[in-house]
Design a protein around this ligand. Structure first.
Ligand code: BES
Ligand code: ZN
Ligand code: ZN
Length: 502
């Protein structure tokens, strides 16, 4: 679906919009811009605001114009207290407003940008947050519905002050359109069931993305992985009739001084394998490819926006985790490409197995200066941090700082978690170099410690997105289902990393 963003400035008196969205703060009278509008509308705005209680966060109230020309409606969106507002409040308000308006068959929304700027924000980041919230908030997944959702938002526009830096603003808009497209790509793929989103489909997606964004792409098949000795990845895939794919997307500018690799888990369906999962909510495991798709979608943004100075590589082992007569069994021992052997105690701890081979491949082929893995890895992480927050693990303070900053900028929540050395003990195997599970308590930490065995001395950060890749409740700019978590955070992390000195 095409979606456009447009910028306007100039006097409000001569502006024409089907609807102009303005913020209503609990603790604030009209701002200068809204007073302006009030004058044009001959006091209708202020008298409306006196009668209506609509300043609570999330509320949307529409006032039609009596003038019959220019701005046809003003939509007030409740913002809560101004001193408590931040960019996330702006994103949420834009999401609430856009969603309420599209359901009333309004396909074009305009925001009066300046009064939305939060105390610690600027016009550019606010503009970005408005477009982000509006576009992401009006998403609906109707691919399989006979009756399509016809309430489609086709554009978000911004009414800017005369002083706005139009070149900088155009760049911001470019970036936000690319990143929201990538986010929606992740939602679409994570929402798509496993009969239609197989490893083969994912490889085709990677090829399409490579073509569109100017990346090189390499797809390894089973025989290639056998030659490379990826025993852990092959072990997970062998229970399924769907052939595996190992996807590599490469952004290699002419001049670069550093390399960053992202490895994403793409289990297109996680039944648990022989250690089969309970039926409740098993269908959500169609989205167990969330890390891998986030990596592909981030690579799409990288290829499109072309940041300077580094080679960026996305590596995505993709397969199903199924029980069958050929499936790997608890107690099996597999050997990874790195040579380390793993005793597979629980076939449902499959993500770390495919990542072990993905990480080794990244290190061998690209000798990265930084390595991030992204995965819907553990239920334990969801227990620890809840559904809204991803956990991250790293020994590198600079990477931790960059991840945290990226999170604050994008509103995709993360929290640092410890690599508790003492728990390494729990991963000891009687028969192999390591087991694939530790204790149930601290299970997310055990998974991180397992992965750490494969990163050697490469600066590494592990991101467990098992919580935030999915939502069971509607959120202001995220409807029920796949959230599209990842590309916005990861892209911001990458640009932060590029800006940072070695
Ligand atoms: N894909 C799951 C983790 C998951 C759970 C993601 C819930 C999203 C929501 C993963 O492969 C898994 O099954 N992990 C096991 C590990 C255990 C067997 C050590 C888990 O978390 O139960
Ligand atoms: Zn599993
Ligand atoms: Zn899984």
């Amino acid at each position: 679906m095409t979606f456009t963003a447009k910028l306007h400035s100039g006097p409000l008196a001569s502006a024409a919009y089907p609807v102009l969205v303005v913020p209503a703060f609990e603790d604030e009278k009209l701002t200068a811009e809204i007073r302006d509008l009030d004058r044009i509308w001959k006091g209708a705005v202020s008298s409306f605001l006196k009668t209506e209680v609509l300043r609570k966060e999330g509320e949307v109230c529409i006032l039609p114009s009596a003038l019959g020309k220019g701005i046809q409606r003003v939509a007030f969106v409740g913002m809560g207290r101004r001193d408590e507002s931040d960019l996330e409040t702006v994103r949420q308000a834009a999401g609430n407003a856009a969603n309420a308006l599209r359901k009333r068959d309004i396909s074009r929304v305009a925001f009066l940008a300046e009064p939305f700027v939060p105390p610690d924000g600027d016009l550019e980041s606010t503009a970005s947050a408005l477009i982000e919230g509006a576009r992401l908030g009006s998403y609906s997944f109707d691919r399989f519905k006979s009756e399509k959702d016809t309430h489609v938002l086709t554009s978000a526009e911004l009414h800017l002050p005369k002083t706005a830096d139009t070149r900088e603003m155009a760049h911001v808009i470019d970036e936000v359109l690319t990143l929201t497209t990538s986010t929606l790509l992740v939602r679409d793929w994570d929402n798509t069931p496993s009969n239609l989103a197989t490893p083969t489909h994912l490889a085709q997606l990677a090829k399409d993305v490579a073509k569109e964004a100017g990346l090189s792409v390499k797809i390894l098949e089973q025989s290639d992985c056998e030659k490379l000795g990826m025993g852990a990845f092959l072990g997970v895939a062998r229970g399924s009739n769907e052939p595996l794919r190992f996807i590599v997307l490469d952004y290699k500018p002419k001049k670069y001084s550093r390399t960053l690799c992202m490895v994403g888990k793409a289990i297109t369906f996680d039944s648990g394998g022989i250690s089969i999962k309970p039926a409740l909510d098993m269908h959500i495991m169609k989205g167990d490819m969330g890390g891998g798709v986030a990596v592909i979608a981030t690579m799409r943004a990288v290829g499109t926006l072309k940041p300077d100075g580094a080679r960026i590589v996305g590596i995505v082992p993709a397969c199903e985790n199924m029980p069958s007569g050929r499936a790997q069994k608890p107690g099996d021992v597999v050997r990874t490409q790195s040579g380390k052997s793993i005793e597979v105690i629980n076939t449902d701890a499959e993500g770390r197995l495919i990542l072990a081979d993905g990480i080794e491949y990244a290190r061998r082929e690209f000798e990265p200066d930084a390595l991030i893995d992204v995965a819907t890895l553990t239920g334990a992480c969801v227990i620890a941090l809840g559904e809204g927050v991803a956990g991250f693990w790293t020994d590198e303070e600079d990477l931790a700082e960059l991840m945290y900053e990226a999170s604050k900028d994008t509103g995709e929540k993360v929290w640092p978690m410890p690599l508790v050395k003492e728990y390494r003990e729990h991963l000891k195997s009687d028969v192999a170099d390591t087991k694939n599970v530790g204790k149930k308590e601290g299970g997310a930490i055990a998974a991180a410690l397992f992965l750490q065995k494969f990163v050697g001395d490469t600066p590494w950060l592990h991101l467990d997105i098992a919580g935030p890749f999915w939502t069971k409740e509607n959120q202001p700019y995220i409807p029920i289902g796949a959230t599209g978590f990842g590309p916005r955070l990861l892209y911001r992390f990458i640009t932060g990393w590029l800006e940072a000195e070695d």
